[in-house]
Design a protein around this ligand. Structure first.
Ligand code: NAI
Ligand code: 13P
Length: 337
């Protein structure tokens, strides 16, 4: 026993696809859930139909209650924040005067903040200095969680006993949460895999085939590991669910919005309409990831190519030609993990 908890009531902040899915997962784990949404229409829909608008066809149990009042979250034992990375700071700032000290605040966003280069647990630490930040990440489509399909993710916090207690409180038979004391490793995997998924989508959209995709995924994962190593991530974290696991899922499935965004780019759609209104976190992270890599002397040609395409610095075919023209070298050169 860790002495943490009990985590009877969980607040989920953001009622998009993943917020609704994690609210449902927490309810299946036996928690009461308060689901905060910015949009009153989402809360109304949940009350009337028991369905969240962004997770259609999935019934939320009565243990999940919606609210538009941020202050209602003050009574929760832990929070799960599921708003996009670039909105996380604003949401934490609004929560700051409301939350009790030491409350665990778990980010489920997968990205890096533009302008600061901060990971999501660092944003939480800055804006909610009395809270205890954690991160939940790993291969898990909201729709799969919603349907109760088997899913496994990692929950990490600097305090290992907190990570374990939260993982136990939120796990259920079909939603298995492994725990870790390496939040940086977990959040790097989630952020970088989105950029790699865009690259994989581009390769398929261009018609380059499955062999090219496999090569890109393997070389992309080598980049992710180099970046992780430079930022103090543990090798086993990067090789685990939140790193390799999510790279495999997101680079292989058109269900991934990041992959679908890349696919549309490869098929000739413009950056402005390739996402089709869906959230592709990698489009917001690519540039800052490439900048951080460059500043730290980490070679990340695939992330750099994706950033160049999104910034309009380089065309899709030109970017791929550039990758293919790189000098051949020994596999594993410069990698020690
Ligand atoms: N959908 C999925 O399968 C998964 C999503 N994630 C991550 O979860 C995060 C959210 O993704 P989704 O829920 O899928 O996106 P979504 O687009 O379905 O929903 C995002 C929600 O955030 C809310 N929001 C945005 N800015 C806000 C702000 N400033 N204040 C308050 N609310 C705000 C929106 O109203 C919306 O309800 C992303 O970082 C994503 O990478 C992680 C794993 C799986
Ligand atoms: O992170 C995810 C699966 O683990 C969801 O991927 P997308 O955000 O690309 O849809």
């Amino acid at each position: 026993m860790s002495g943490e908890g009990p985590f009877d009531t969980i607040g989920t902040v953001g009622a998009g696809a993943y917020g609704a899915a994690l609210a449902l997962a927490a309810a299946r784990a036996g928690r009461r859930v308060l689901l905060w949404a910015r949009e009153a229409a989402a809360v109304d829909a949940i009350a009337r139909t028991r369905q969240a608008p962004r997770l259609p066809g999935i019934t939320l149990p009565d243990a999940v209650r919606g609210t538009v009042q941020l202050a209602d979250l003050a009574g929760c034992d832990a929070l799960l924040i599921t708003v996009p990375t670039q909105s996380l700071r604003a949401v934490c700032r609004a929560l700051a005067p409301l939350l009790p000290a030491s409350i665990p605040v778990i980010s489920a966003a997968k990205g890096i903040e533009r302008g600061t280069g901060l990971f999501t647990t660092q944003i939480i630490a800055q804006e909610l200095p009395a809270a205890r930040p954690a991160i939940l990440s790993g291969p898990s489509f909201a729709a799969d969680i919603g349907k109760g399909l088997p899913t496994a993710v990692t929950l990490a916090a600097a305090d290992a006993s907190l990570a374990q207690a939260l993982a136990e409180a939120l796990s259920s038979p079909a939603f298995r949460i492994y725990h870790s004391a390496d939040p940086r490793g977990v959040e790097i995997g989630g952020a970088a895999k989105n950029v790699l998924a865009i690259a994989a989508g581009i390769a398929i959209g261009l018609g380059y085939g499955e062999s090219a995709r496999a090569a890109l995924v393997a070389r992309g994962f080598a980049e992710l590991r180099r970046f992780g190593q430079a930022h103090g991530a543990q090798g086993e974290t990067l090789m685990g669910l939140s790193g390799l696991g999510d790279v495999v899922l997101s680079c292989a499935s058109p269900q991934s919005r990041n992959f679908a965004f890349g696919l549309a780019l490869g098929q000739g759609r413009s950056v402005t309409d390739a996402a089709g209104g869906a959230l592709a976190e990698g489009a917001f992270t690519a540039q800052i990831l490439a900048q951080m890599a460059q500043a730290g002397g980490v070679d990340m040609p695939i992330a750099d190519a994706v950033a160049g395409i999104i910034d309009g610095r380089i065309g899709v075919r030109e970017a791929v030609t550039g990758l293919l023209a790189r000098p051949l070298r020994a596999e594993g050169e410069g990698e020690t993990m």
